[in-house]
Design a protein around this ligand. Structure first.
Ligand SMILES: [Zn+2]
Length: 193
């Protein structure tokens, strides 16, 4: 049942995302060919690094589980990080890997947190980031899923209609993220988790 709901959520939100792309962006992701075919093979090798026996249903809330482990999507304009602009790092809610810096965050207007690039991106090289890309043709149109390289958590999708200079729009579920504010280097009190 939950899997069925997750699929439904994906369909609804994917359509919303595509509509958002067409109406608000000059070029839909589908038409513009990807000129940033990044090194996914490197990342794919590390998919099994995280313990596959982890009981994600115990570790996560039901909402986190559906989005990250069953490829669901939170409803647009519902996520806690949509209008969140504190300085810091967005980590994987499942394994704590650092995924996106607040410096790369921007308002895409589509209803989900958006980032211009993944943390660790060097020019167009994503081999040192904590994300991987995977083709997603589940809905009959070409798309690119974004996953955590460390634990295979579904994070969202990436499109080619982002702002310059990267041209990338990482459309990420708030539920898949855990924000940690940047610590003051002179602070004597380490951040509490
Ligand atoms: Zn992860």
């Amino acid at each position: 049942m939950s899997r069925f709901v997750a699929r439904l959520l994906v369909v609804v939100s994917k359509q919303a995302t595509v509509r958002g792309s067409i109406s608000q962006r000059r070029t839909p992701a589908i038409i513009r060919p990807s000129i940033r075919a990044l090194s996914t093979s490197h990342g794919l090798q590390s998919l099994t690094r995280y313990d596959e026996t982890t009981d994600w249903q115990k570790k996560l809330t039901p909402e986190q589980y559906v989005v990250t482990r069953e490829r669901g999507t939170e409803l647009p304009f519902s996520g806690i990080y949509l209008n969140h602009y504190e300085v810091g790092m967005y980590h994987c809610v499942c394994c704590d890997a650092p995924l996106f810096s607040s410096e790369a965050k921007y308002d895409s207007g589509t209803g989900w947190p958006a980032f211009k690039e993944a943390h660790g991106t060097w020019e167009q090289d994503e081999s040192h980031t904590s994300i991987i890309r995977r083709p997603d043709n589940s809905l009959g149109s070409a798309g690119t899923e974004v996953l955590c390289k460390n634990c295979d958590s579904h994070l969202g999708h990436v499109f080619d209609d982002g702002p310059e200079p990267t041209g990338q729009r990482f459309c990420i579920n708030s539920v898949a993220l855990k924000f940690k504010p940047r610590r003051n280097k002179e602070s004597e009190n380490p951040e509490k988790n």
